[in-house]
Design a protein around this ligand. Structure first.
Ligand code: OVP
Length: 402
């Protein structure tokens, strides 16, 4: 076999965290994929990948692309993290594995069965009350935020007081994976207050019996993790479990409001609800990016990513790579979206995805049974975030089913 000498990667001076790209990242993603399998982002001195094959392979290669140096721009080996690192997201085997196993068990489809009835009733009640008020509303606060905030903190066992801190805490956290730009600076003043509240909720005494939080402390009592680790595992649920599902649901509602034929299809075949949510996650990629760090000189495509360098993995670009997907920009319930990397891939593959899927299934099923048509009814507004593709406002008009 012959190997050619590595060539330097193409260079882009675009800012993937600037307002133009955050408003509409699709042209940047296309340019990134076209430029090559690996691109150097000169503004931040990092590498980037946007093609499905390379993103997928790198996510699988946890030995070559570590998470323990942080999955944001800042390298924990040279810069102190803003909070103690996550035991799951920002850790590698073997340290990563025990906390991961605790959540795998606690959040398994089997373990979630006891929630389905309650979550269905909550979704039906929310949609009934909303429709009783009228046929026009902002789907972000009224559905995408209201539903997860109604069911998820209860399932964790978080007290009712202070729940309004969850979304802004997550918003800061997801901004903090990016550069220290205006988005981070604007969130910083509230950080001490938000962190103090979240950290307090992770303590055993703050968590209601029977919830995921109590389940994590029980796992510590059984010796599966230490009692020092338990609050940090609870913190992962509160960090990763709210903004992601809110913006995943917002993306799904936006997809249907702009694709009336697909809404009719879902109403005709409600069993498509799970495919619909996965297709929306592929199409919109609520979590757009995460970084990895090269543990050695890694050869990708024709270039070498040197040891210690950060690589930005564009999950969103991979999820619309025409090399992998037919007509990737189409939101289409007849495609098989499995294999998308919107929930990541490999050993860090979203451990909460069954929770997210159950929330989406309950809410969309309740909505599809009650709403014949949904359309955008005013100016929509994006919420810019260094990691999330998010909606700030999504005014819709619905036609209730009779
Ligand atoms: C999307 C994620 C995101 C933010 C925080 C954490 C995980 C955590 O483990 O704290 S995964």
């Amino acid at each position: 076999m012959t190997t050619t000498a590595p060539a330097p990667p193409p260079v882009s001076d675009a800012d993937p965290f600037g307002p133009e790209v955050l408003e509409d990242p699709l042209p940047f993603h296309a340019a990134l994929r076209e430029a090559g399998p690996v691109v150097r982002l000169s503004r931040y001195g990092v590498y980037a990948m946007g093609r499905y094959a390379e993103v997928h392979a790198a996510l699988r290669d946890w030995q070559g692309f570590e998470s323990g140096a942080g999955v944001g721009l800042s390298n924990f080996r040279t810069e102190a993290p803003w909070r103690p690192p996550s035991l799951l997201l920002e850790a590698d085997p073997p340290r990563h594995d025990a906390p991961r196993r605790v959540l795998v068990d606690l959040l398994s489809p089997r373990a979630l069965r006891r929630l389905r009835e309650r979550w269905t009733a909550a979704a039906e009640d929310l949609v009934d009350r909303l429709l009783a008020e009228g046929d026009e509303f902002d789907a972000v606060p009224a559905l995408a935020e209201a539903y997860p905030l109604r069911v998820f903190p209860d399932a964790v066992g978080v007290s009712p007081e202070g729940r309004e801190n969850l979304l802004p805490y997550g918003e800061f956290l997801f901004n903090a994976f990016g550069p220290h730009n205006d988005l981070v600076a604007e969130g910083a003043p509230r950080l001490p207050e938000l962190s103090a509240w979240v950290n307090a909720q992770c303590q055993r005494d703050s968590l209601a019996d029977g919830g995921f939080g109590a389940g994590i402390w029980a796992a510590a009592d059984r010796g599966e993790i230490t009692h020092e680790q338990a609050p940090l595992v609870v913190r992962s649920l509160l960090s990763a479990g709210v903004d992601t599902t809110v913006h995943g649901l917002a993306a799904t509602l936006h997809a249907f409001a702009t694709h009336p034929d697909q809404w009719r299809r879902l109403r005709a075949r409600p069993e498509l609800v799970r495919v619909a949510f996965d297709e929306a996650v592929r199409w919109a990629s609520p979590v757009q990016t995460f970084f990895r760090t090269a543990t050695t000189d890694v050869r990708v495509g024709g270039t070498v990513i040197p040891h210690g360098e950060k690589i930005l993995m564009f999950l969103a670009a991979a999820n619309r790579d025409p090399r992998r997907w037919d007509d990737p920009d189409r939101f289409d319930l007849s495609r098989d979206p499995s294999g998308h990397v919107g929930f990541g891939f490999g050993i860090h593959h979203c451990v909460g995805q069954h929770v997210a899927r159950l929330e989406a299934e309950c809410l969309l099923t309740a909505l599809a049974a009650r709403v014949e048509a949904i359309e955008v009814a005013g100016a929509t507004r994006r919420l810019h975030n260094n990691t999330l593709r998010a909606w700030g406002s999504l005014p819709v008009r619905v036609r209730p089913a009779r």
